[in-house]
Every structure is written in C-alpha cells, then in structure tokens.
Design a protein around this ligand. Sequence first.
Ligand SMILES: [Zn+2]
Length: 464
Amino acid sequence: MTEPDPASLSFIPLGGSGAFGMNCNLYATEDRILMVDCGVSFLRVVGGDNQITMPDPAWIARRREKLVGLVLTHGHEDHIGAVAAMWPQLRCPIFATPFTAHLLRGRLASAGLASVVQLIEVPAGGRAKVGPFRLRFIGMTHSIAEAQSVVIETKHGKVLHTGDWKLDPDPRIGPVTDEAALRSLAKSGLLAAVSDSTNATRPGWSTSEAAVEARLTERIAAAEGMVVTACFASNVARIQSLCRAADAAGRSVVVLGRSLHRMINAARATGYLDDLPSLVPLRHAGYLPREATLLLCTGTQGEPMAALARLAMGRFRDIRLTPGDTALFSSKIIPGNELPIEWLHRALTEQGVTVIHEQDDPGIHASGHPCQDELATLYGWTKPSMVIPVHGTHRHLEAHCALARQLGIPSVKIENGVILRLAPGAATIVGRVQVGEVLRPDVEKDEHFAAAVKAEIERSPTSK
Ligand SMILES: [Zn+2]
C-alpha cells in the first residue's frame, strides 16, 4: 500500500527515523495530511565540503492538495532548515511559536518568500485547528528557546509528538517542561508518544543548564588572560550563561560571528535576553584589558569560515591570541567533525592558549535530549498506549524500544517511509511511501528562486 487509509490515523516519517537529522513527519487522517518539522541533515563528503541535504519531497509534493499545514516544534536546523527550499512544493500554512517563527521569517526573507508564505504564530503552550487535526503545544525544555511538544488530536485519538526535549529543572531561559499539561494527557488517553531517541542509550538524567552555568562561572573566574568561548549559536540559554559568567568575573563580552548576532537579535525581539550585560562591539575590543575580556564565538565544530577558526588564524585586526589565554568549548563534538576540531585545537594550543573541551570537563556542556530516566518519567506522566521512537539511528531506536519494554509499554521500531496505522486497532505497518535524501538547493543564494515560485503559484494556484 502506498496511500494512507482515510478511515484511519497514520504516521509516516519522511526523515529522522533510522538516522539523525532531516526530521520530517507526516500524520494522515480523513484524506488530509499534517507535516511536523522539515529539517536538514549534513552529508559528510570525504575530502570535500559537507553537503546540506533534506528529505526527498516527491511523495508529499504529489499530494500537496491534501497537506493542510506544517507545524514546527522548534528552531533547530534539523527541524526547520528545509522549509524555505521545500515550501514551493508544499504550499501550506506554517504554524510556529514566535521565536521559531522569527528565525524562519529571516530564512524565508533571504529566499524572497516572506510575502508568499502564510506563517501563523501560535504562542508557546497554545492551540490551533488545522483541517481535521486539533493541535496543542506543550512547552518542553531543550537547548533552544520555545521547544514544544505537539499534541495532535483527531477523531481516532491523540498522539504526543515530543519534538526534541529534556526535563531540565532550571533551564535558565523560558519555563520548565509543562508537567501538568503532560499529565493531563494520561487522563484522556494517549494513543502514542512519538519521541526523541537521541540519548536513549544513556542511563540517568541529562545535566541542567543551571549546573553548566555554575561550572562555566567557576572556570571563567579562575582563568587568566583573555577567555575565548564557543557555543552553538542557537543555545540562547548558554549565551546568557556565558555572558553572566563573564559579568561575574568582571569581563566584558565581545560577540564574534554572524549566527550568534542573528540569534541574539531573534531572542531579544521575542522577549528573551532582556537583562544581558551590554556587549562590546568588535572595533572596541582592542581597548579592553585582556583579563577583562571574554570573546563569545561561533565555530565549535572547526568550521573554517567561523569566528573561532578565523581568530585562531589571526584574521581579526582588533584581537590577537597570546600565551596565557583560555579557550572554553561549551559544546560537544558532532561525530564526523573530529578532524577540523583537532586542527582548531592544535592551532590554538600552538599559540599558548589553554584549550578546555567537554572531554576535559564534562560540566561545561549539557545535552538537550532526554536520558533513560527522563524518558521513563515522561511516559509515567503521559501513560501512552505505545511508544514510537524517532530521532536517532537504529541503535538509538532499538535502545528506546528496549526501555519501553522494561516499562511495560508496547513500542514499534520504524524506519523512514513506513505507513504506520496508529488507529483504529493495533498499530501496524500497512505500507510504504517513496523516501530518500536529496541535496537542499541553496535557495537563499538563488536570485531567480522567488520569482519562479511566484510565477508557478500564479500559473497553478492551490485549491486548498
Ligand atoms: Zn533540537
């Protein structure tokens, strides 16, 4: 079977199940389809530049008249990075929280699509009705602001699509996970939890952002010379923690790197980072005493054009590294990036800089994904009839299924492209659709893209 049964509720992952990245999931009922997330992945090319890829949109593009909406759980690239490139083939309204919408609006504007895409803001914890799907956001903690789980309610029952999450008692930005809203799902009955498997192989509980802030504060207070820090630009809480730690140590912060500036602007525009200590512009950095300076840089993965690599190569006129400086990587090594990171470490240490990474001090970084005790806690609160692990390799999905078995909850291990009937009746794989991984066109650099999209919309307006 290659079509979902209109008389049932089906789940069809187009990306993100069986591999990390390019999360893209479909729910289908009553001959209508809802997409949840639309992200990219990175294809590592030996001896060449990494390529950005996205799920093959062919199957859903042929059914776009049935696609009633795209809902975004949060603003990470592996959840929103394919939206601008894929939207012309989807042509549906998009639903996102204000912070996620702000990030996406910038990307759509770069692609010339800001005026054609209907982007509907739903507040964190808010609700929306999209065709036969009633949606409810539930605020979760993660490593970016406004991460939301989506409760998808249909006439066949409710599904909890968790997105990326952890249970952080002190996330430093935004509220804690909405336990009451999650517990309420158990009362009304939950068909399934479609849930994050990233850390399903790890026992215990993830580290809180508050603990990371405390450790960074100690490290930065103890450092001499200039402190250079790097974190993932999208981790707004970590940016705030590094700025606060700098402030506590009497250091002014200089931000280096476009994506950090972009993220700080997005956060401020949507009500975050209001009380950040004032940032010093790069052109004034040379006037600051070294021991009163903290640089906050992009480039944790050794990207050659990012701020940290350029700093290591002496490319900034106003700032130079000298022996006695300290570089703190408040980040993890993404598998596949070991070589460029190793190069960066060497470039820094050769200049007498002390490099401290997560491997040297695990306290300076925390994952944004749930370990086994957090998964068990969530399922204790929500009591799903079934767990469907997504967001991970087969090893992670398998570990997640094993955990569900221990908890006495049925689970189904799936892969991209299956049609999993969730209801009525027992969950069953009933068919398959075309899936694959394709290169993401660089629509933000294509000056003809927007005009071609607008011409196509005029030529064949959608009937939705
Ligand atoms: Zn994420």
